[in-house]
Write a protein that binds this ligand. Structure first.
Ligand SMILES: [Zn+2]
Length: 256
């Protein structure tokens, strides 16, 4: 005789709510408070929010990965790009900027026939162009990470937004970063993309205050070693622009 056992249900309090689940772990995963992004019920997306978004990144290879993926996102959802991420890593040599900088036309054509990535000629060409510019920045500043630190005064900032509507799409710092990147030959780096990059790589903490990651990321930012200022940009950073210009595409943060 087979007896179908019902999982034991427990009730626990999460925040100010009582929730019912099969284990405390389930409760934490399913009911913990997060930023109210749409589609956070998708495990891949939730994991990205819970483990990656806003964690300070100081590894140039990952910074290049985000730059390429954010450019590829233009006009698409971030979730679409996340699902293709492993394909991108395979297609783009693990986002080694030195390798990507050497891609020739034949390699670009091969990428454009790869169904695992976004097959847009402008975006693929831009990834190669950005790799070349990225390597030049590394040569000038020691690392791309060192270069980026200039745009936040080497002090990542924790904001205290209460709701998603409070989170800006762009800031003066992102506009300055965009302008400087464009002057160095980068493409698909509008102010909105630059701000998305800052948020994703922990140059700023934009989890809303009620999200469980707000406090954790704030702690990480305080503990995160700030890259040393080896060199200043050859030209003074552009003074912050008033307002936001809006980049070529949307931020990885889905609009509320
Ligand atoms: Zn959050």
């Amino acid at each position: 005789m087979v007896i179908a056992l019902q999982p034991r249900r427990i009730r626990i309090v999460v925040g100010s709510e009582k929730v019912e689940c099969t284990s405390e772990l389930d409760a934490v995963v399913e009911h913990v408070r997060r930023c109210g992004w749409p589609m956070l019920d998708e495990p891949l997306y939730r994991e990205y929010h819970d483990k990656e978004w806003g964690v300070p990144l100081h590894d140039d290879r990952f910074l290049f990965e985000f730059l390429v993926l954010e450019g590829a996102q233009a006009g698409l959802s971030w979730y679409t790009i996340l699902r293709k991420r492993e394909n991108y890593r395979r297609a783009f040599d693990g986002f080694d900027p030195k390798k990507v900088a050497k891609y020739d036309q034949r390699k670009v054509d091969r990428l454009l026939s790869d169904p695992g990535i976004v097959r847009n000629r402008l975006k693929v060409n831009s990834a190669v162009q950005n790799a070349k510019a990225f390597v030049k920045v590394q040569e000038e500043f020691g690392s791309f990470d060192d270069y980026l630190g200039n745009f936040v005064g080497r002090r990542p900032k924790t904001n205290r937004w209460r709701t998603l509507k409070d989170v800006p799409a762009v800031t003066p710092e992102a506009s300055a970063m965009s302008k400087d990147l464009v002057s160095r030959g980068f493409g698909f780096v509008g102010p909105t993309i630059c701000y998305a990059h800052m948020q994703a790589t922990g140059m700023v903490n934009d989890h809303v205050t009620s999200c469980f990651r707000h406090k954790e990321i704030a702690h990480l930012l305080r503990a995160s070693p700030s890259p040393s200022a080896r060199r200043r940009p050859s030209s003074p950073l552009t003074p912050p622009e008033a307002g936001g210009g809006g980049g070529a595409c949307r931020s990885p943060i889905p609009s509320p």
